[in-house]
Write a protein that binds this ligand. Structure first.
Ligand SMILES: [Fe+2]
Length: 168
């Protein structure tokens, strides 16, 4: 049965995971924010994958696709953690557009370097937030979610390295 929090409007289900109710609510809303950002980042990376042109076209086209796959996997793991905690995952494109903290993707030049720069900025924003949430969720007493954030953090740092190596 779905339970609705009258103050926040947050929906949740019963869960026997032994994390106190209040911490669980907070962790679920943290995760949902990052689910939105991850979905947004996924679509932005695909946007680069489809629109890049120029001399390094194929290499960048492939790289962006590989990064998009990794972000998609992160989004899936975040959403499934929400569900495991008894939360309701807010995962549609419209939900993501409403709550993502990333800025919109606006690269129209087609130039590989411009796409890499724009993606790197957004990956950096997401990576920074993910690293912060590694600590925040640990402080809230959920080392399992913290571990998930650590894993995503490692993937995002590597993605950033791959992107920034092209413009250094
Ligand atoms: Fe493709």
């Amino acid at each position: 049965m779905v339970i609705v929090n009258k103050t926040t409007g947050q929906e949740k289900f019963h869960s026997s995971v032994n994390i106190p109710e209040r911490a669980r609510d907070e962790i679920i809303s943290i995760l949902n924010r990052d689910l939105a950002a991850a979905s947004d980042l996924y679509s932005q990376t695909k946007q680069a994958h489809w629109n890049v042109k120029g001399e390094n076209f194929f290499q960048l086209h492939e790289l962006f696709d590989k990064l998009a796959d990794e972000v998609e996997e992160a989004a899936d793991n975040i959403a499934e953690r929400v569900a495991a905690l008894g939360g309701y995952a807010l995962g549609t494109v419209r939900m993501a557009a409403e709550t993502s903290y990333l800025v919109e993707y606006t690269c129209h030049s087609g130039k590989g370097r411009d796409h890499v720069k724009m993606l790197a900025e957004r990956y950096a924003t997401f990576a920074t937030r993910v690293r912060e949430m590694t600590e925040t969720t640990a402080e809230l007493g959920d080392l399992t979610t913290s571990d998930l954030y650590t894993e995503i953090s490692r993937t995002m740092d590597k993605a950033l390295w791959f992107l920034e190596a092209h413009i250094q």
